[in-house]
Design a protein. Structure first.
Length: 293
């Protein structure tokens, strides 16, 4: 015999679930913000992106920024998405340090390793703001542009070279003006050890993230590399008291893709005891004086 609940009872059950959920969320946020901040850092639109206009629901007043980051891969071009998620430092030794057992997979002579990969793990990811990896990425873009510039000048009628030249030119410009300067530089299982090693809270963020191994090469020369799938928290809620700057920026946007030629705002971001981020302050950036930020 089925127990039928009246609409009134169902309403109160649903209401209780919502209240309980909100209490848990608010308690977690309060716990995260209590005590010392793990990091407090200044970022701009280069690292904290607005959603595309078509993702902004007019009926939903909520707004979240997306944390944009990169990594320095082995490839000199560093233009492939996989390279930007598979840092050069994320090698076999680092995978084993994070608890992955990949020795058997590397010794196999068939292709089963590609289909029987270990499950992703949550680890601590270290992100560095405008450090050596970012500077190296800029230098790589400069070298690529110089090479393409020389080739194009020697063959000005070659339309294919012209296209590659323009891509290299745009990439170099973007590295200086719009691309994120936040790079993944390390990963580990011991948060305290990482914070000791990367001690500047205004330069290094320690965040939780999902990682997994990837296998490259053929059966004879298979290589295992690490891949950062995502950060556990990549979207940062914008409180109502900080909405005005972003609402003004979105109101001026003509394109649905919220492209920008220079960062239009600066955000002071904090990470708490649970390594969850929240916004401390937001400021407009002047096009001329803050162009290089």
């Amino acid at each position: 015999m089925k127990l039928l609940l009246s609409p009134r009872v169902l309403f109160f059950i649903g209401f209780a679930i919502i209240v309980t959920t909100n209490v848990v969320v608010l308690s977690g946020a309060a716990s995260n913000r209590s005590g010392d901040r793990d990091s407090q850092i200044i970022l701009t639109e280069r690292e904290l992106r607005l959603p595309y206009r078509y993702q902004v629901n007019e009926e939903n007043s909520g707004l979240a920024l997306r944390l944009s980051w990169s990594a320095l891969g082995k490839s000199e071009e560093n233009s492939d998405y996989i390279d930007r998620r598979s840092p050069a430092w994320f090698n076999t030794e680092k995978l084993e340090e994070l608890g992955f057992d990949i020795t058997g997979d590397l010794s196999r002579t068939d292709d089963t390793a590609r289909y029987q990969r270990p499950l992703p793990r949550e680890v601590y990811i270290v992100l560095e703001m405008e450090g050596e990896p970012y500077n190296t990425a800029v230098k790589r873009a400069e070298v690529a542009f110089e090479k393409m510039d020389e080739l194009y000048k020697a063959n000005p009628e070659d339309t294919m070279l012209r296209g590659k030249f323009e891509m290299a030119e745009n990439r170099l410009k973007n590295m200086h003006t719009t691309e994120s300067r936040l790079f993944a530089v390390d990963a580990g299982l011991d948060r305290k050890k990482l914070r000791i090693q990367y001690g500047d809270p205004a330069r290094f963020i320690i965040a939780r993230g999902q990682v997994k191994p990837m296998y490259r090469g053929d059966r004879q020369r298979r290589e295992a590399v690490g891949y950062v799938m995502k950060l556990s928290v990549e979207k940062i809620h914008v409180p109502l008291n900080h909405r005005k700057v972003f609402d003004d920026v979105l109101a001026r946007e003509k394109s649905k893709y919220t492209d920008f030629e220079h960062p239009r705002y600066e955000v002071e971001l904090a990470y708490g005891s649970r390594l969850e981020p929240w916004i401390l302050s937001v400021e407009y950036l002047d096009k001329q004086s803050d162009y290089k930020r």
